[in-house]
Design a protein around this ligand. Structure first.
Ligand code: A2P
Ligand code: MG
Ligand code: MG
Ligand code: MG
Length: 301
């Protein structure tokens, strides 16, 4: 029988695909039920709430001994539809590294909808569903579902799932290799501030792309549209970075804070990534070396 880790991933891929259907249905209903949680563009919609309920109930029903931490802190709903099934293509893989990891040691970080501000503005390809899997405080597995992938190219093949496991690889994505030496940075479009901009400027980029969502920006880096995701702000939380980090690590990339420190995903950590976020496919240290001292001083890890 496959390890708990592979079964959890196989299940998470299907749960995220079911969650994507819920997000699309709520979008098409036209009633997003937007709530302002307070702070800078910190919104929640019906989709954030419904998807977190679905993911939490589905994971807990199959893996009752692991810990699930979600952005929206929805209560466990026993009536939720928990029959998403498993993705056979995940179960076909073999990765002995996790054979001895018991359920009790696993922490699952759930961002039911990442890029909520952009979702409410109709920038649908910025939206992702993130399920990150951590063991011993380290991001090891991740699922990123993009519910509206392809939405501008007709309705066929709407949505996609990218998943990865450190030591095995990542699947469901396509890279266009950029020219060597190019430096396109990608950052926030709705949570910017002076420090965020100062950090980017001091890196002398060829170009800065501004898009929503941590999951989306990690995918832009993975697929070669951007060379680094740079966010010199404490705005991202552990559920924003766990799945992207695991997927990047699985293909030889990296995600750290601006000091180069690994992010800890233990169940008792504080949620904000107070040291900011830097994600790359290659040459992580080169980007870290360009973080100005004033940014390092302001973002205490
Ligand atoms: N200041 C902030 N307040 C709340 N959420 C934030 C903030 N900054 C970043 N985030 C979260 O991190 C994600 C990536 O940031 P950005 O899109 O600004 O680059 C956001 O989509 C949002 O996740 P979410 O949409 O899940 O609430
Ligand atoms: Mg949010
Ligand atoms: Mg998020
Ligand atoms: Mg969210």
């Amino acid at each position: 029988m496959a390890s708990t880790m592979l079964r959890l991933l196989a299940s998470s891929v299907r749960i995220a695909e079911r969650a994507a259907e819920v997000v699309r249905d709520i979008m098409h209903s036209g009633d997003l039920g937007i709530i302002d949680k307070g702070g800078q563009r910190n919104l929640q919609t019906k989709a954030d709430r419904a998807v977190e309920k679905l993911i939490r109930a589905s994971i807990v029903s199959q893996f009752p001994k692991l810990t699930v931490i979600g952005e929206e802190d929805e209560k466990l709903d026993a009536s939720a539809d928990v029959k998403a099934g498993v993705d056979p293509s995940v179960l076909e893989k073999e990765c002995a590294l996790y054979n001895d990891v018991p359920e009790e040691k696993i922490v699952v970080w759930v961002d039911p909808l990442d890029g909520t501000a952009e979702f409410t503005e109709g920038l649908l390809d910025h939206v992702t569903i993130l399920i990150g899997i951590a063991v011993d405080g380290k991001a090891v597995g991740g699922v990123i579902n993009q519910p509206f992938f392809n939405y501008q190219n007709g309705k066929s093949n709407l949505g996609r799932t990218i998943w990865g496991l450190v030591g095995l690889g990542a699947f469901g994505w396509n890279r266009t290799e950029p020219p060597t030496g190019r430096k396109i940075l990608i950052t926030t479009r709705s949570h910017s501030n002076e420090l965020v901009n100062l950090c980017l400027e001091s890196m002398s980029p060829d170009k800065v792309l501004r898009q929503g969502g941590a999951g989306n920006k990690a995918l832009r880096v993975l697929e070669g549209e951007a060379d680094a995701y740079v966010f010199a702000s404490p705005g991202c939380k552990k559920w924003d970075t766990c799945a992207p980090e695991a997927i990047l690590l699985a293909i030889g990339g990296d995600l750290t804070d601006v000091h180069g420190n690994k992010i800890c995903y233990d169940s008792n950590v504080k949620f904000p990534n107070t040291g900011g976020v830097i994600a790359t496919y290659r040459n992580h240290q080169e980007i870290l070396d360009k973080v100005p001292q004033v940014v390092r001083d302001k973002l205490i890890a």
